[in-house]
Design a protein around this ligand. Structure first.
Ligand SMILES: Nc1ncnc2c1ncn2[C@@H]1O[C@H](COP(=O)(O)OP(=O)(O)OP(=O)(O)O)[C@@H](O)[C@H]1O
Length: 469
């Protein structure tokens, strides 16, 4: 009998490629007596081991040959390669291993009559999405029966690409009652652009069928993905995303509506471009914020800072919390009200450090800003605190990194709400201290302007999201 096959000495060969990813083919196992053993979550044969946590799936071809698709174990230092597809061939595998990993059938939303799109956000995160498609997703789709003609690939060319796709092709299909699924190789930005493209014209027909989005987390923060998969026992977000793609179930994605005063503008292009918002409205699925968080996201969204991945937030935070000359961080001036049981509950100060309404638990994998939030619970929660000074603000942030311990701190307000209203009191024509963040998008508000956030009622969601819960 033959078992899995790998390189001749049975160990993982190292690649001499200097790119961050590559595909490694392990060839064939050819010797008898090499039957693999599956014990305590590891498949072991000869000198090689494959851990459950590194396996995407196992396919079986017509000749009864198995192919194990895995990613190379995550680099513990977080340096070097982030992913590397490995294929291992076998003719005999332990039943317990097959019970756990054998691919049987595609979920309904990846089968006809669904129209299938693959959206590659070329500049998301540190720019890995195109390579991830070529080296990991493309071969995997083929192996599970989705050959090239089964789907249409869209590669973004500008900041407008995702929105244009959503407001034209995707919306037309949804309004015509077509079932559509989009594999999103993007971060939160791709998701929020899709939602806004679908909703901005408010032209949903009575036949509207919400498209299904299945996210492969290739952005910087990937807040939505981490929150949907919290807690995930898998070390690799790529394995997690691929398994959800193959086995997940579509569920309505809760969203909020943020309305702004008429002078508000979407600020893009490192602050160089200001565009009016359609109906003065943006939709989001993650956060609406004002204060430190919004300023941090805005100031770190430059080509230069993006090279640092999620470290970019920390780099800018230092400058904002400990300004040159030893000054205190900015105190953001606004009237803030939380909407509870239909009534406004005014926050008793007009100076703020941080005001953030969230539909999700995590803004990054380990940054649990709203620890009470559960995947897809649809509950908006507001976290807010005053201008605490650099050191104290750092303590609060550290609490968020310590599983959300910050919500127990006396200085921090944390409430389940129906909505949030902010009337900006900052003076001056520049909107530097009147910027808001909606899922990573930045909105500058005019002097005397306002923002109002409320949850979109259940049943009116724009999209479904593939989920493993
Ligand atoms: N080819 C392109 N040219 C210009 N802008 C692009 C291009 N492709 C993508 N973008 C923009 O880059 C941004 C990437 O957003 P995305 O959310 O996918 O990644 P991210 O911001 O790194 O991650 P996250 O939002 O999870 O922190 C989006 O605003 C998108 O419109």
């Amino acid at each position: 009998m033959t078992a899995p096959s790998s390189s001749s000495d049975g160990t993982y060969p190292s690649s001499d490629s200097d790119t961050e990813s590559s595909t490694t083919n392990y060839g064939h196992y050819g010797y008898s007596g090499e039957e693999p053993v599956y014990r305590e979550g590891s498949l072991t044969w000869a000198k090689s081991t494959l851990k459950d946590e590194d396996i995407i799936t196992v396919t079986k071809d017509e000749g009864n040959e198995y192919t194990i698709f895995s990613l190379a174990p995550a680099d513990p230092d977080g340096k070097g390669r982030l992913y590397e597809l490995r294929t291992t061939f076998a003719t005999l595998l332990p039943q317990a291993f097959l019970d756990k990993h054998l691919f049987t059938t595609l979920p309904q939303h990846l089968l006809p009559p669904n129209t299938l799109h693959v959206l590659i956000s070329t500049l998301s995160g540190t720019g890995l999405a195109p390579d991830f498609f070529d080296e990991v997703l493309h071969p995997l789709l083929k192996a599970v029966g989705l050959a090239d003609p089964s789907y249409v690939v869209l590669r973004t060319k500008s900041t407008e690409s995702v929105k244009e796709f959503a407001r034209s092709r995707l919306l037309a299909g949804a309004n015509a009652g077509s079932e559509q699924t989009v594999l999103m190789l993007s971060g939160d930005g791709g998701m929020v652009d899709t939602i806004n493209g679908l909703l901005e014209e408010e032209s949903r027909s009575s036949n509207y069928v919400p498209p299904v989005l299945s996210q492969l987390p290739l952005g910087t923060g990937n807040a939505l993905f981490h929150s949907l998969h919290r807690p995930s026992p898998l070390p690799s977000i790529y394995i997690q995303g691929l398994r959800t793609l193959l086995h997940g179930t579509p569920k309505p994605l809760p969203i909020f509506k943020a309305r702004f005063s008429p002078g508000a503008r979407l600020v893009t292009d490192e602050g160089q471009t200001a565009t009016a918002l359609s109906n003065n409205t943006l939709y989001g699925a993650v956060v609406a914020s004002y204060g430190l968080h919004a300023t941090l996201v805005a100031d770190s969204d430059t080509t230069e800072y993006r090279k640092h991945g999620d470290k970019r937030f920390g780099l800018v935070a230092k400058d904002l919390l400990f300004p040159e000359g030893g000054e205190s961080p900015h105190a953001y001036k606004a009237d803030v009200a939380l909407v509870k049981s239909g009534k406004d509950e005014v926050v008793g100060t007009q100076e703020h450090g941080y005001v953030l309404a969230s539909l999700v638990s995590n803004l990054e994998k380990t940054f649990a800003i709203s620890p009470a939030s559960r995947p897809l619970d649809g509950q908006l929660r507001v976290l807010q605190f005053g201008p605490l000074g650099g050191e104290k603000t750092m303590d609060v942030m550290k609490g968020a990194y310590a599983d959300g311990a910050h919500v127990e701190m006396d200085e921090v307000g944390y409430d389940a709400v129906e909505g949030l209203r902010i009337n900006f009191l900052e003076e001056g024509t520049e909107w530097k201290w009147r910027r808001c963040c909606i899922d990573g998008l930045i909105v500058g508000v005019e002097e005397g302007g306002w923002m109002e956030v409320q949850v979109v009622p259940r049943g009116a969601e724009a999209v479904l999201v593939a989920s493993d819960v």
